[in-house]
Design a protein around this ligand. Sequence first.
Ligand code: ZN
Length: 318
Amino acid sequence: MVVELEGGFLMNKGYRLVKRTMMCLIALVVILTTLCIAVPPAQGKEIAQDPGGMQKHPGVLLAEPVPPSGGRSTRVQPAENISDHSRVAMIIDDFGNGMRGTDEMFALPVKFTVAVMPFLPTSEKDARRAHEQGLDVLVHLPMEPNKGRPEWLGPGAVLTRMSDTEVRQRVEAALDNIPFAIGINNHMGSKVTGDERVMGIILSVCKERGLFFVDSHTNYRSIAGRMAREMGLPPVENHIFLDDVHTSGHVVKQMRLVQERAKSQTYCVTIGHVGVQGKETAAGIRSGIAELKDSVEFVGISDLVKDQWKWNSRLTLP
Ligand SMILES: [Zn+2]
């Protein structure tokens, strides 16, 4: 229609001029039409080749348009912005014995770290499940306490009366029993974490295997952090127990303390448990996550250790 109108106007200017102009206009229309038709199928083809792309890479299709002339994007990117100052590494202890709260913990909507006791009925299963979910695994090594009954320790415990060789054998056996473990934290252990000889052996094994030790901090006189630092290992320690009182309400309150510490100290390591009150603890954690999720980032213990202490493992997972 455009061509006809303009062609009619140009008739008065002479046949050659009309013909040349018509040719130019037709060429222009052809080019424009080709462009309009060609572009959408190219995008459609990409989507058709990757039907799962929407789920796997939502950013690809739903990406915000790039602001013109290099302007800053105003899109909120919580994970990246928060990671600079407020990170929470939550460790859940006592997996491995099919304990109450296991499923509820695995269903939590954030990253956490799974500490598994060795030589128990679900030790290997829980470690594999954690790994499949992309969660870090620690060996939750039973270690002698100052007070408490030996039967609370579980199999394969490290005791201060053992010889150097026995301690080493126990630590190595526990590590061999838990697949995907990237470190150790202590179950109980207030006596062992105050014992320079035994801690020296545990940390040596960690160092040899490219692992790190997280002091659960059951002993305020623990020497584990100082010794780890002296041996060139990251001095990782628990700051807050979530479930020292076993109610969901208390856990929520502890989660608020975790938030405060993460904000003031840039990061916080916190520990909760599966067990007799595991479901209540998991419910409290879930409520706490809903409150905290916009102000802190939940990370695996390995993320924290790598960034905070520039830890570089020689570990190669199977
Ligand atoms: Zn424990």
